[in-house]
Design a protein around this ligand. Structure first.
Ligand SMILES: C[S@@+](CC[C@H](N)C(=O)[O-])C[C@H]1O[C@@H](n2cnc3c(N)ncnc32)[C@H](O)[C@@H]1O
Length: 321
């Protein structure tokens, strides 16, 4: 466990593939494609976990049971240990954790080379961590044993869930009522299955984008991930990126009306004096617009039409009077 982060990454990265631009793709395309083809084979990089988790006060973790429940394998070397497990093991004492529980998922793809049996790794206080292999345990987040840990033991869930099971995973998390900090596609802010969680303030954006993941060959791959959480965030640095101005001061090229006369604003411009609902894309929501006196007014995405042509999805927001 003495390898530094950059050594660890260098060890893993054989070559960097052509850029997305060179492949004619956007970052959003990659994760959306991942969802469609049920490709769950992305590793989270250690530095992304460290960068986000370091933003929260240590008191958040003190005496807490953290559960990493989406194939967050633990191995004696760093290579086959998930970045989430590694972060919590390295910082166990520093964060004052009570317990860390991580599961290995016995799926078709064995990202961490942990074998075909699901297991539960537990590190309880100062004791050495240990693995148990309960009979018929799949390691799935919705296996009865995993649900039991979630509901009866865990205080916090922290992981990068499989894109193919994202809707179910989010539902399971919300029903548990537990605290969480997870990575998902940024597009979920605009996706009907999730918009209501944001509208009802059950979840909000964390601090950072996650643009890079590792493939099973340990090559870097780009995708539009973001951290989502229900841990309180104070003084979000990205508030500064919201450009709240009177509507007439917003540059023309960033405002237009659609065929239903709904105002669409881009580039994080927000019409501060506008009394009616207007449509925004993901960024203002990720930058904390819903914490600045604005609310979502629909439980689903909004598709504008301009000159009869369907445009990309947005959400409708309005200022609270
Ligand atoms: C995006 S990868 C992330 C892996 C690891 N958590 C990380 O962050 O590096 C999602 C992982 O979830 C696993 N997985 C797929 N279905 C699962 C399920 N039902 N329950 C738990 N994990 C699952 C996949 O095999 C894959 O290893």
């Amino acid at each position: 466990m003495t390898t530094t982060n950059s050594e660890r990454e260098n060890q893993y990265i054989k070559k960097i593939p052509p850029t997305l631009e060179a492949r004619g793709l956007s970052t959003k395309d990659v994760l959306q494609k991942a969802r469609k083809v049920k490709n769950d084979e992305f590793y989270t990089r250690y530095e992304d976990v460290e960068k986000e988790l370091n933003m929260y006060p240590k008191s958040v973790w003190k005496n807490k049971v953290v559960f990493c429940n989406c194939d967050d394998a633990v191995n004696s070397g760093d290579k086959n240990t998930s970045a989430f497990a590694l972060y919590f093991l390295r910082n166990f004492q520093n964060l004052g954790l009570k317990k860390l529980i991580c599961t290995h998922y016995a799926g078709n793809v064995d990202l961490f080379n942990q074998g075909p049996r699901g297991y539960i790794f537990t590190k309880d206080g100062y004791r050495e961590g240990c693995k148990v292999f309960p009979p018929n345990y799949t390691g799935s987040f919705d296996d009865p044993l995993s649900l039991n840990i979630l509901n009866e033991e865990a205080d916090f869930v922290c992981t990068n869930p499989p894109f193919s099971r994202s809707v179910d995973f989010w539902k399971t998390m919300m029903e548990s009522g537990k605290k969480f900090l997870i990575i998902s596609n940024i597009a979920i802010v605009l996706t009907a299955s999730y918009v209501h969680y944001f509208k009802n303030k059950k979840v909000w954006a964390g601090y950072h984008d996650v643009d890079w993941f590792l493939t099973p060959n340990r090559e870097l791959t780009r995708a539009s991930g973001y951290w989502f959480t229900n841990i309180r965030i104070q003084n979000r640095p990205k508030y500064k990126q919201l450009k709240i101005l009177p509507v007439k001061e917003i540059p023309e090229k960033y405002k237009r009306y659609d065929d239903s006369k709904i105002l669409l604003v881009d580039n994080c411009y927000i019409p501060g004096d506008f009394k009616k609902p207007f449509a925004v894309s993901t960024r203002p929501i990720l930058n904390g617009l819903l914490e600045k006196g604005y609310i979502l007014i629909q439980d689903k995405e909004y598709y504008p039409y301009i000159d009869g042509k369907k445009r990309f999805a947005r959400v409708l927001v309005t200022k609270i009077e």
